[in-house]
Ligand binder design. Structure first.
Ligand SMILES: Nc1nc2c(ncn2[C@@H]2O[C@H](COP(=O)(O)OP(=O)(O)OP(=O)(O)O)[C@@H](O)[C@H]2O)c(=O)[nH]1
Ligand SMILES: [Mg+2]
Length: 303
């Protein structure tokens, strides 16, 4: 099955909660009135789009209805689809490149899918002919290092590691040296969602950033924050926390498969002004793709 069909399948519950709900509100209506606007707004909020974003979308919708002199409620669906597409298309979705190597730091709270995403990213770029190296800078527990190594073996890329409990910045430093010596195109660095010590996670991540930037000006070229779509609006508070502290440049939204909370992607784009760069729709190597707003909106709105 192609990725678009897989994506459609993944978004089935979100479509039910959002698009089909909107359709059911519109069907049979004679006029676009205040009641309808309010029901649409509630539907957006219930679908995890977020209050702020739902209000903004509705405001734009009202303006467009007035400007384009739309009378028929049936025309609201394509209009909403267009507004969602515009929201998701704002900003640059492609990966920032630099180096070589392009250095990608992957951050996020525990369990959101960082390590899995790194395995999938390594596979994606390797299968496009790039030389990829991984770094196990999540030194919180030995199992985290093992998990990254298993991914490395699965996709056929090397992993630079230290012992459990080692300084993540030291792992990152060594990995960058190795990546340069081996003429790698890309270095992807795994990090912990929590720490052994009482020291602050954000401070640790800042230190990793500093070390990378000192060794290779411009690095990390990308700080990818991994967010779990199933956490809905919580994902937005996590993004705020990490965004300020670690200079996040892009979002990876994982676990879109099977959740009804996929609408959160609209809120993330609207509120945070950080582009979504990849989406994850499963646990397999092929289950990650660069985020394509057009494709996403098609998969969400069209059956
Ligand atoms: N269904 C689904 N599961 C996913 C996806 N991405 C990751 N997972 C699963 O989520 C779980 C946690 O993934 P990890 O990659 O270990 O998460 P992590 O952020 O590295 O976790 P810590 O290292 O503990 O901080 C695993 O069971 C993954 O298989 C996805 O896109 N879809
Ligand atoms: Mg991990």
């Amino acid at each position: 099955m192609g990725f678009l069909n897989r994506l459609k399948e993944s978004l089935a519950k979100t479509r039910q909660g959002l698009v089909e709900k909107i359709e059911s509100l519109i069907t049979g209506r004679q006029a676009i009135d205040e009641n309808l606007y309010e029901e649409l707004e509630e539907a957006l909020i219930a679908a995890d789009v977020g209050v702020e974003t739902a209000l903004e979308l509705m405001e734009t919708l009202r303006c467009q209805v007035r400007e384009r002199k739309i009378r028929d409620p049936e025309q609201l669906k394509p209009l909403l689809q267009e507004l969602v597409r515009n929201t998701l298309s704002a900003g640059e979705n492609s990966l920032n490149r630099g180096g070589p190597p392009t250095v990608i730091l992957v951050v996020g709270v525990n369990g959101v899918g960082k390590t899995t995403t790194i395995g999938k990213l390594a596979h994606y770029y390797k299968s496009r002919g790039e030389r990829v190296l991984l770094a196990a800078a999540d030194t919180f527990r030995a199992a985290a290092i093992d998990q990254l190594e298993i991914w490395g073996q699965r996709v056929g890329v090397d992993v630079i590691k230290h012992k459990e409990g080692a300084d993540p910045a030291a792992v990152a430093y060594d990995a960058l040296q190795a990546a340069r010596a081996r003429k790698m195109d890309m270095l992807i660095i795994d990090t912990a969602g929590r720490l052994h010590t009482k020291s602050n996670l954000m401070e640790e991540l800042k230190k990793v950033r500093r070390v990378l930037g000192r060794e290779l000006p411009g690095a990390p070229h990308e700080v990818l924050l991994v967010l779990d779509a199933t956490t809905g609006q919580n994902a937005i508070s996590q993004a705020r926390l990490f965004g300020e502290a670690t200079g996040v440049t892009g979002i990876v939204l994982t676990k879109l498969d099977g959740t009804a909370k996929g609408g959160v992607i609209i809120g993330i784009r609207q509120i945070l002004d950080i582009p979504v760069k990849f989406i994850g729709i499963g646990e397999g190597v092929e289950d990650l793709r660069p985020f394509n707003p057009q494709e996403f909106v098609t998969a969400l709105f069209e059956r």
